[in-house]
Design a protein around this ligand. Structure first.
Ligand code: ADP
Ligand code: TRP
Length: 321
């Protein structure tokens, strides 16, 4: 089984990224051939500060390794180190109907939020399709918000195969229901672009500040509350051990859930949960040479795979003569 997923280095990674994509990828390491990469070309659609993009790319790589991705057991690289992907994206774009991209929620939501649309943002799903199809990926673990982009990749693969002969594997999404959408501080989907995140590797003070700002209702402590409607509980359940979660659930249902205390408990839970990864990450960040070497090796392996597919595609569409 060939499993592939990418993550944008467009800001600090958060617990939504962790549960939606990074943890499933780490868990999949022994299930097949794993391809994991940092999609800096995608991030260019929203980041135009070169120093920031470069720093966030290295940080995202350190985060992923610290969280358990083993470069010996997978191919791990930075998207722009494999330029073949942009050629494939162009070829795919010539058979992508405008309507398919015009319907994409992610693009429409960003435009609705007043983010100035550029062509890269509009064509984003085509580059993502190229990412997936170039490596003939079978399974793509992502959060629920990426489901439609996966459908676009499937549509493009099917259309290409029908037009030019069997070429691409048609990929399947892997979206775990329980982790499909981690809520943010305000209860909307947690997202870097909404400024409502809890970072995975915050320092203790910033972590406390984030958690204390989780939005809760103003019901008195003794009032019974519906845990499933509470943003704090929905985040808490990702970290609390099952026994403790049961107790907290009862406090909600029977009255007695004090949000302030629960938030402090959540700070401790989060701090412990990522302790080991945080320590590993500190060492990685101190050794950029090692990180660069890991990524270079990954890029070489990825390019090797990419070259095979691209050469077939070039033949199929008539670019080899
Ligand atoms: P963001 O919305 O913060 O910019 P990305 O679009 O870079 O995040 O997403 C990277 C990966 O993390 C994707 O697979 C995405 O589905 C997943 N992801 C992002 N936010 C969440 C969330 N709140 N819950 C679950 N998965 C998420
Ligand atoms: N669009 C994805 C996101 O924002 C990132 C991404 C780019 C990706 N290329 C991919 C995810 C290929 C899976 C496969 O989260």
């Amino acid at each position: 089984m060939r499993i592939l997923s990418g993550i944008q280095p467009s800001g600090k990674l958060h617990i939504g990224n962790y549960f939606g994509m990074m943890q499933p990828m780490v868990e999949n390491m022994d299930r097949g051939e794993l391809y994991a990469f940092i999609v800096n070309l995608h991030a260019l659609t929203s980041v135009n500060d070169p120093q920031r993009l470069a720093a966030d790319t290295m940080e995202a790589a350190a985060d992923f390794l610290a969280l358990g991705l083993d470069p010996e057991k997978c191919i791990f690289w930075v998207q722009s180190d494999v330029p073949e992907v942009t050629e494939l994206a162009w070829i795919l774009s010539t058979l992508t109907p405008m309507g398919l991209l015009e319907r994409c929620h992610s693009y429409k939501d960003k435009v609705a939020k007043g983010i100035a649309a550029n062509h890269g943002l509009f064509a984003y799903p085509v580059l993502m399709a190229a990412d997936i199809l170039l490596y003939q990926a079978e399974l793509v673990p992502v959060g629920k918000d990426q489901k439609q982009h996966l459908e676009v990749a499937r549509d493009i693969a099917i259309k290409f195969n029908n037009s030019f002969g069997e070429t691409f594997v048609v990929p399947e999404p892997a979206i775990s229901d329980s982790m499909a959408t981690v809520p943010g501080l305000d209860g909307q989907k947690m997202s870097k672009s909404y400024g409502n995140t809890i970072g995975i590797f915050l320092d203790e003070k910033s972590l406390k500040k984030s958690v204390m700002s989780i939005v809760t209702d103003s019901a008195p402590v003794d009032a019974p509350k519906d845990p499933d409607k509470c943003n704090l509980y929905n985040i808490m359940k990702l970290f609390a051990p099952p026994e403790r979660l049961k107790e907290i659930h009862e406090l909600y249902v029977n009255g007695g859930a004090a949000y302030g205390y629960l938030k402090l408990e959540l700070v401790d839970l989060l701090w412990e949960y990522f302790r080991e990864a945080r320590e590993t990450r500190e060492k990685l960040v101190d050794d950029p040479g090692f990180l660069r070497e890991v990524l270079n090796k990954g890029a070489m392996k990825a390019r090797d795979k990419a070259a095979g597919t691209l050469s077939l595609v070039r033949q199929r569409v008539g670019l080899i003569f």
